[in-house]
Design a binder for this molecule. Structure first.
Ligand code: ZN
Length: 241
């Protein structure tokens, strides 16, 4: 704890890199865990463009079910810790692979979303984007004014990450003095490369994850005993100055 706080205090530019694990305590299912989404749902059907095109209604029903859960989910201490960090560090960015929007809900402002956001949709034809809440789902599958199919604005398997966001993320990673990695095993590339970029450029790596990951051998500090109390104490000490 002391070591971690010292590292945070002396690092002028910090990024936090998050994955599904940080939202688990908010009741949002992860993907790859033993009880994860991909155990019951085939990602080829629910998370590829081809799967969507072959049965958009089925895929949309699944996304609407998840959207309702995510909309009602509340940020947890992990998200609040990240938002607290931002208030204490001038040069701070959170880079997330999550699509749930919980960092924003917790008060984070400088957020790069690498895999899109379930609160947004886009038209497959004209590429216009809309709020999910503004879409009329009485008509299934939902259609854009241009007649095109509307899909969730999330990155599916086989699709590239949004270029602007990825470039910004890599830029921040090249210059960061510290990356705090929370709830991701860094196995999905290119996003998973981010902590390694920080390390290669001389920055420090902190890993907050209950399990060992391929990143663990490279981490300067590993925290695997994560609890609300842990985050509370971190936040209290940060706020105390
Ligand atoms: Zn359109």
């Amino acid at each position: 704890m002391v070591e971690l706080l010292e590292l945070i205090r002396k690092s002028r530019s910090v990024i936090v890199f998050t994955g599904a694990g940080i939202s688990k305590d908010s009741g949002i299912q992860t993907f790859r865990d033993a009880d994860g989404l991909w155990k019951d749902f085939d990602p080829n059907v629910y998370a590829t463009y081809e799967g969507f095109m072959s049965d958009p209604v089925k895929v949309w029903k699944w996304y609407l079910y998840r959207y309702e859960k995510i909309k009602n989910a509340k940020p947890n201490k992990g998200h609040y810790f990240v938002a607290t960090l931002e208030r204490h560090i001038g040069d701070f960015t959170v880079i997330t692979q999550n699509i749930d929007g919980l960092h924003k809900k917790a008060g984070s402002e400088n957020i790069i979303e690498l895999h899109g956001n379930i609160h947004r949709v886009k038209c497959c034809s004209c590429r216009n984007k809309f709020n999910t809440d503004d879409v009329n789902f009485d008509i299934m599958p939902p259609l854009c004014e241009c007649g095109g199919l509307i899909r969730p604005d999330v990155v599916w398997f086989g699709e590239s990450l949004p270029h602007r966001e990825l470039n910004r993320a890599f830029n921040y990673a090249s210059n960061a003095k510290l990356v705090i990695v929370i709830g991701t095993s860094c196995q999905v590339f290119p996003a998973g490369e981010i902590p390694f970029i920080v390390k290669r450029n001389g920055g420090a790596v902190v890993e907050i994850n209950p399990e060992e990951t391929p990143l663990t051998p490279y981490a300067d500090i590993c925290v695997n005993n994560i609890s609300d109390e842990f985050y509370d104490e971190l936040m209290n000490r940060l706020n105390a100055g």
